[in-house]
Design a protein. Structure first.
Ligand code: ADP
Ligand code: ZN
Length: 726
């Protein structure tokens, strides 16, 4: 018997399988989808078995498979096929596809280390009579006798309860032995009583969703309408049929609330999956799924690859979130993967959002998705009022950061002992430091952008590559003491708040204050317990949080996302501001939202103010139609990246010529241009954008292009189908 094995032998490996002999001793265990160790050149490397055959036609002398890496782990038929699908969608190599589907503990290239966690127990190794005989024989061994007496009553006791010196006496005479028991790091969650009466809209939603169908539903529910309760009830029904569920959320570290809610309904029937877990925790959670011990997986993007068998439903919460698309190779979207699993298992998909992506809404209006609206908040809370403040007027009054109205409302909340959330979508202290005398600006030598100043550490950092330098007292160019900071970041905002409201207790949440494991939760819990009056931060604070005492949300600079030159910036701004506005007034207390802007007449902001999604949708769809953008057209971006500027600029022309000759006539080719992040980490990027409705030739063209550059060590090609950022 022979096995075809797919290996990863270099970063740019081509998709080729190699044939190996299956040695006699492995024959009964080996299966397609297993990871094996094989000799390759002078080394041994890991690979996946893709086929098992009786004969081979290789002219080389074949080698034997060395070992199976983990007998209990194997990509099942569904995941093997999903891997091929992932490959065809993103043009990655097959080995990359399979590696992407696994948690890092199982991905490791060399021999796996054991991630299992054990408790060690001691138990009797001899009969009761023999133990009693021992006790009588050595009456002076008081400590040992004590242990033996305990073990006669309890079958096993944790080993670390006793000193090893004491135990060794017993081990030496083989009267006791050790027993290891594997435990899970995340465990013992209690089911609580969660009885609620569904609102009318929740009931309608539940009645409209057929869990035995193969439909995709768009659950369009405003913030606080109670979508989570709908998901939970659907999953209960699915589990009632002994089927399983995947629930995807954008960033689990921020939605600890959701996870706790799931634990309280389902106890230990839930495995969770996100980047905030340690490798050991991830390994345990994966094992629970492989061993068929859980029905429910809650996790971020990559949880769509978890090997749940007998899947019954896939739910994607906050479906508009861009985190569902991976922004590095392979550039897949979790929804595409969900569609594959939906067809494989004949199950429904539920997409939930308060601000659905334009693509999803367009599909819902066309009838491709079934549309389910929820227009009211659950419980007694109502939507907040939203006020737009013109900052150019405020500037005349020398109010650069806080408008008078936002200032007075924050003060009002401090007096009433209610809480405030402030959004500023930029971390650091200031965005630019330049010299007033000569115009010098600190820039990253590797990337084409200005460095951000971080005052607490007195250094300047590149937010793309991490390059860091200390800030000088004087200008490094002209040596004048004229360095000045411009622009506002969260760090500076925090100091400003402390100046204006010295009595306020303020906490900041951004990438800088949440580096440590569990930091998000600490901040969120402290704020919820009212240890702080004001929570300020980047878009991190906008999602999924529910604080009953928050009655004021202020957006310091509503223009920051609006002014980014990308056709989706309006959509992003609408979603972000609607989300953050939805944090206000989540209880009986009425909420207010203040949007500070230099563009008070901006249509997107007006739609946020009126909280009118459909108005925004119609307006934005009209723009997209005029400019041939998605969802009317598909986009593909092709980037050529190289350390060598001249080479990259030559190659992108070649790519353009190739495309012009080979794609269909209706496909629009835009560019080449410099990519929006032109120089990052000393690598230059040029870009071509393709726009098309249908192009039967395109896939093969892209595949060929990809192969041309596959083995080129100087130039990389990055192909992104349906890119989220241009
Ligand atoms: P969404 O995900 O739609 O923003 P949530 O599911 O987080 O909304 O619900 C918002 C709040 O309303 C939560 O505090 C939740 O416990 C509460 N809630 C949801 N459904 C009901 C209901 N039927 N009755 C009372 N409270 C509810
Ligand atoms: Zn940089």
């Amino acid at each position: 018997m022979y096995a075809e094995v797919l290996v990863e032998y270099s970063a740019k490996s081509i998709d080729k399988t190699f044939t190996y002999i299956i040695p006699e001793i492995l024959r009964k265990d080996i299966k397609v989808g297993m990871k094996v160790l094989v000799p390759f050149g002078s080394k041994k490397i890991n690979g996946f078995v893709t086929k098992i055959v009786d004969n081979h036609n290789s002219s080389y002398e074949l080698k034997e498979i060395s070992s199976i890496i983990d007998k209990h782990f194997c990509l099942n038929d569904e995941l093997m096929k999903l891997g091929s699908f992932l490959q065809s969608k993103t043009l990655c190599t097959k080995i990359t596809a399979y590696q992407t589907m696994l948690p890092s503990s199982l991905k490791v290239k060399e021999q796996k280390t054991n991630y299992s966690k054990y408790l060690t127990y001691i138990k009797l190794n001899k009969s009761k009579a023999e133990v009693e005989e021992y006790i009588n024989k050595y009456p002076r061994r008081i400590k040992q006798i004590d242990i033996l007496k305990k073990l006669l009553l309890e079958s096993k006791i944790l080993k670390n309860t006793f000193s090893s010196a004491t135990l060794n006496v017993l081990f030496n005479e083989k009267i006791i032995c050790e027993e290891k028991e594997q435990i899970y790091r995340l465990n013992n969650h209690k089911i609580e009583n969660n009885n609620i009466t569904f609102t009318k809209e929740q009931q309608i939603a539940l009645n409209s969703i057929d869990i035995n169908s193969e439909d995709t539903y768009l659950l369009h529910g405003i913030t606080g309408s109670g979508k989570t309760e709908v998901y939970i009830e659907l999953i209960k029904r699915v589990v009632g049929q002994n089927k399983k569920a995947i629930m995807l959320v954008p960033e689990i570290s921020l939605t600890a609330q959701i996870v706790n809610k799931f634990y309280s309904h389902f106890g230990d029937d839930v495995a969770i999956f996100h980047s905030g877990l340690s490798n050991g925790e991830k390994y345990d959670e994966y094992l629970k799924i492989l061993r068929d011990e859980v029905h429910i997986v809650v996790g971020t993007r990559s949880a769509i690859f978890t090997p749940l068998t007998n899947l019954g439903i896939i739910i994607i919460d906050e479906e508009h979130s861009e985190t569902f698309k991976q922004d590095s190779n392979p550039r897949y979207h979790a929804l595409d993967m969900a569609e594959f699993r939906k067809k494989y298992n004949h199950i429904p998909i539920i997409l939930g959002s308060a601000t659905p992506s334009l693509e999803s809404m367009a599909r819902a209006l066309k009838g491709v998705y079934k549309y389910i609206p929820m227009r009211k908040r659950a419980g007694t809370s109502v939507l907040p009022t939203v006020e737009i403040v013109d900052m150019s007027e405020e500037m005349k009054k020398r109010n650069t950061i806080f408008s008078s109205v936002l200032k007075s409302k924050i003060l009002d909340r401090l007096i009433k002992k209610e809480q405030t959330i402030l959004l500023l979508n930029r971390r650091g202290y200031s965005t630019v430091i330049s010299c007033k005398a000569c115009g010098f600006t600190y820039k990253c030598p590797y990337c084409d952008i200005a460095l951000t100043y971080h005052k607490s550490s007195n250094n300047l950092r590149c937010h793309y590559c991490g390059y860091t330098i200390f800030k000088d007292d004087e200008c490094p160019e002209c040596h004048e003491k004229a360095l000045t900071d411009y622009g506002l970041g969260t760090e500076k905002l925090e100091l400003e708040i402390k100046k204006i409201f010295p009595e306020a207790r303020t906490i900041r949440m951004d990438a800088d204050t949440t580096r440590n494991k569990g930091a998000h939760e600490v901040i969120i819990n402290k704020f919820r317990n009212h240890e702080y009056d004001i929570l300020l931060g980047t878009q991190m604070i906008s999602k999924g949080l529910n604080f009953p005492l928050v009655t004021l949300v202020g957006v310091i600079n509503a223009d920051s996302t609006l002014n980014i030159p990308d056709f989706r910036s309006g959509e992003r701004t609408f979603a972000l501001l609607s989300q953050v506005a939805g944090r206000a007034g989540r209880s009986e207390l009425k909420g207010e939202v203040i949007l500070q802007t230099f563009n008070p007449d901006n249509f997107t902001l007006k739609c946020v103010q009126e909280q009118d999604y459909m108005k925004f949708y119609n307006y934005e769809m009209n723009n997209r139609h005029k400019l041939d953008y998605p969802p009317y057209y598909y986009l593909t971006s092709i980037k050529i990246a190289s350390k060598d500027y001249d080479l990259a600029s030559k190659e992108i022309i070649k790519v353009k010529n190739y495309l012009a000759k080979n794609v269909s006539n209706d496909t629009i080719i835009l560019g080449p241009t410099t990519a929006s992040m032109f120089k990052i980490n000393n690598i230059y990027r040029f870009q071509i954008i393709l726009k098309y409705k249908r192009d039967s030739k395109l896939f093969n063209c892209l595949k060929e292009l990809d192969e041309i550059y596959m083995l080129n060590n100087k130039v990389n090609i990055e192909i992104d189908n349906n890119p989220l950022q241009l």
